[in-house]
Write a protein that binds this ligand. Sequence first.
Ligand code: C2E
Ligand code: MG
Ligand code: MG
Ligand code: MG
Length: 282
Amino acid sequence: SAKGDGRGAFRFFEPELDELMHARRNLERDMRDAIARGEFELHYQPFVDAATGEIRGFESLLRWHHPQRGLVMPGEFIPLAEENGLIVPLGEWVLRTACAEAAKWPADLRIAINLSPAQFRSKELVRVVVGALANSGVAPHRLELEVTETVIMHDSEAVFTALGQLRGLGVRIALDDFGTGYSSLSFLQRFPFDKIKIDRSFVNELSGTREEAQHLARAVVRFAVSLGKTTTGEGVETKEQRDILREEGCVETQGYYFSRPMPASGVAKMLRRAARAAIRAA
Ligand code: C2E
Ligand code: MG
Ligand code: MG
Ligand code: MG
């Protein structure tokens, strides 16, 4: 494979690819020490009741403050961390940090945390979740673990077992990026999710000008709502999108229209400003 060929083979013919691979290796090397150096930070984005705008909880989103590159977004380093296995210790740090933060919030607010497939393959996941809950004192029903369909595509028996155990603890399981995977339908039947998050590509089309895409997006929303779970529209950027999701019976909404992801200090400020807060209620 290109990865195994070493960069010497590419240097002469493909200088750009060579540079890219070099940058990748550097990023990977830096990542190994970044947890210990305290370079990772969690940002939090609220999700709100679709009808009232009241805050229901926050989703944690990982950020890396790289000493030279500045702020690095998860799209740039999560795939790499998944390949080299660092997502396992990093994911454990995320679970512990997010739960510790949520322990400071009003007890009716939930904390949503994204999980990678590799975390399920490590076999340690249930123990790590139990540990994060115990250390923080956060009640299991306040924790929502977000997984995508790719989680269940790999090693599905082990994953089903782990998800079942987590659910048995009282933890809620959310299906993230709904509509973008391969096996949505059979899959929904096999596993009882508590929450379905409609991918922002569909939310975006709801208010778009392409009529067919708009119909499809509405159908996806209606289908999700009809399953009777907590349906959340993600990536809501406009009032129009929010209004349509509301009209279709979505339970929750999340997106820049309500708030960008922010550091823990921003959450504290938001909660002080409005403990029973409603964001953009009308
Ligand atoms: P996701 O879980 O679907 O998270 C939503 C992403 O959409 C976030 O990007 C968020 O900042 C962005 N977003 C929220 N509202 C809006 C909006 O109104 N408009 C637009 N255009 N974007 C919006 P972010 O933070 O870059 O995260 C990207 C992905 O990285 C996440 O997608 C998630 O899959 C992954 N990720 C983030 N943190 C973690 C983590 O701690 N562990 C794992 N395994 N994955 C993570
Ligand atoms: Mg998510
Ligand atoms: Mg998502
Ligand atoms: Mg995503």
